[in-house]
Design a binder for this molecule. Sequence first.
Ligand code: SF4
Ligand code: SF4
Length: 293
Amino acid sequence: MKKIKKIAITGGKGGTGKSTFAILLAKEFLKQGAKVILCDCDVECPNDYLLLNRRLKSKEKFFNLNNVKQVFAEFPKLIKSKCKKCGLCIKACYNNAIFQIPQKYPVFINDLCSGCGACQYACPNNAIEFEKKEIGKIYLDKISDLWLITGVANPGLEESVPIVKEAKKFALNFVNKINHLNKDDIYVLFDTAAGTHCPVVNALLDVDFAYAVTEPTAVGAYDLDLILSLCEKIKIPVKVVLNKADLGSKSNIIKTLETHSAKIEKEILYSEKLAKKYSEGRLFDINIHYQNE
Ligand code: SF4
Ligand code: SF4
């Protein structure tokens, strides 16, 4: 094996073309003869499979592996026979995930619960136990030579970090499955959610470097500043990709890049053909030439 590279594709702002670039990059590496795993870590709204014209199915097997894996988390469960309705668990919960009508039993709201265990610790009567519940799924698919791993959080789930972590773990374990000849470069691409919140931080951790995809607008520059600051804090090198580079003004982007000593690595010009392939879910069919390479 020559090398395994872990690359994140991120961008502070939504709608900048992050997923589009992730798929174009995957295709570029495949053309170079490498093996590629694309892991969609935007688990609350994954869309790579849609851009590749696929559906999330659960009936295939790859390497004797079921192509769907459930992700579980532990949530508090009340033992009514032990509960004295004292309300101490509510005071211990910083997520406001426990609700109680006076003189009634507390009710746990799983969608707001992080599973921290503070309520169980605070209960003087051992009236809280933890039970496993499914919070999402990881899907595996193959499109031509591209391996696609998709993390999906169950609707309404507040704390999606465990799904991001599981999807990443699944992708990194899967490297061993496709590495049987021990001679090809392997690229594992992590397509993160937009923003700089915890699911994005967890998708970025431990990668070799990240591409930050942005667009030449004031909001694009503002959000680029946030993601570059985050990557500096967690010590991830960043290469900037400017999408729709010929629309809008680059001046705000340039100013932001100067404050971070960063530069634009690739520019993608607006293309109706690209937009059409995107809307048809056929991004894999298109070849793109970057403007400044
Ligand atoms: S486990 Fe933590 S977040 Fe969940 S209900 Fe208990 S205290 Fe609140
Ligand atoms: S702290 Fe324990 S006993 Fe008190 S209300 Fe909560 S679960 Fe019931």
